[in-house]
Ligand binder design. Structure first.
Ligand SMILES: O=C(O)CCC(=O)C(=O)O
Length: 327
């Protein structure tokens, strides 16, 4: 199931869909034109600099970075430059520029994410990852590491809330005679700079989405990792089961990537897009964007009151504890 080589770039969407099915990902050149890349690049760099200046920047991927704990919880200060963090991550990108909101509703997303997840899907995470010189490999993982594995009827199972990022043996060496889980996540990497194996292009294992397995977090040395190299403006769409992770940046330039990660509407979003949306943007958001952010009611899920509501409001009416006047 695991393949040595991945697919070539294509603008033919039927070929791209076949590539997603076979390899777990596809590459679309010029998904963003030169002007769009320029706008995204300027907005991203400006935002990143401001977040750094204001002490809001989140840094990971440092060779000497130690994850510290305080009161049994990961200490946020672990993800700082001072603590050795290198790659700069930015979150909730829908709040940070029209060029990023446009990615969420892009027609290629409709087609290619729709191919994986069906017509309804929501934005799980919208982040940027600036892989900087000195950043180390993130390590292969899937974007649906939390998805329960198939089991035999009546057999013991890992309680869903106890599944962890550190894959259990039954995830690393699954019994695939039981079948495998379908994709419920689809990810899009928007390349805002050229991606190369030197500057930390995303590592992938072609075909791993069909293996039913999750990558071993302890030792990944035997996996046939490839790093698709492509020009700025390219879009990589991948199945949530694909083994992937940021590559090491051994060069001297920043690798700029923006990720729009989607999930099907019955799953929880990684970022709370509805609560987190900048209230000032509401009036300018299209119905399509609101739906993708999670304001659309799906089969009664995500509603506030009536399951017949189509979209929930940014400031929904909350029916509080009431008493009839007659009493
Ligand atoms: O930055 C990349 O190339 C991939 C990032 C990634 O896999 C993640 O953030 O989970």
């Amino acid at each position: 199931m695991i393949l040595e080589h991945g697919p070539s770039e294509t603008k033919d969407l039927s070929v791209a869909k076949a590539n997603i099915d076979k390899y777990g990902y596809c590459l679309i050149p010029e998904a963003l034109n030169a002007d769009e890349v320029k706008i995204c690049r300027e907005r991203l760099l400006e935002q990143a600099e401001a977040e750094e200046e204001l002490g809001l920047s989140f840094r990971d991927g440092g060779a000497k970075q130690e994850i510290r704990f305080k009161g049994g919880k990961v200490d946020k200060s672990s993800f700082t430059k001072e603590n050795g963090g290198v790659n700069q991550r930015l979150w909730m990108m829908a709040n940070k520029g029209q060029c990023f909101r446009d990615m969420v509703t892009h027609s290629l997303v409709d087609e290619l994410v729709g191919h994986i997840l069906g017509k309804d899907f929501i934005l799980s995470t919208h982040s940027a990852n600036i892989a900087k010189p000195g950043g180390v490999r993130m390590g292969l993982h899937t974007d649906q590491w939390w998805m329960p594995q198939p089991i035999k009827a009546g057999e013991n199972y890992i309680r869903p809330s106890e599944i962890s990022r550190k894959a259990d043996t039954s995830f690393i060496e699954p019994d695939i005679s039981l079948g495998i889980s379908p994709p419920v996540v689809a990810n899009c990497m928007w390349m805002i700079s050229d991606f190369s194996s030197t500057n930390g292009a995303t590592e992938v294992v072609a075909g791993s989405h069909l293996s039913g397995a999750h990558p071993n977090q302890e030792d990944q040395s035997a996996y046939p990792i490839v790093q698709p190299e492509a020009e700025a403006g390219t879009l990589m769409v991948f199945d949530g089961r694909l083994w992937h992770g940021t590559g090491a940046n051994t060069g001297n330039t920043d690798r700029l990537g923006v990720l729009t990660t989607f999930c099907s509407p019955q799953f929880r979003q990684q970022e709370n897009q509805t609560l987190g949306l900048d209230r000032d943007l509401w009036d300018s958001c299209s119905e399509k964007l609101k739906s993708r952010l999670g304001f659309k009611v799906w089969n009664a899920y995500g509603r506030i009151e009536s399951s017949m509501d189509h979209l929930i409001d940014i400031e929904p009416e909350r029916i509080k504890e009431l008493k009839p006047n007659k009493k």
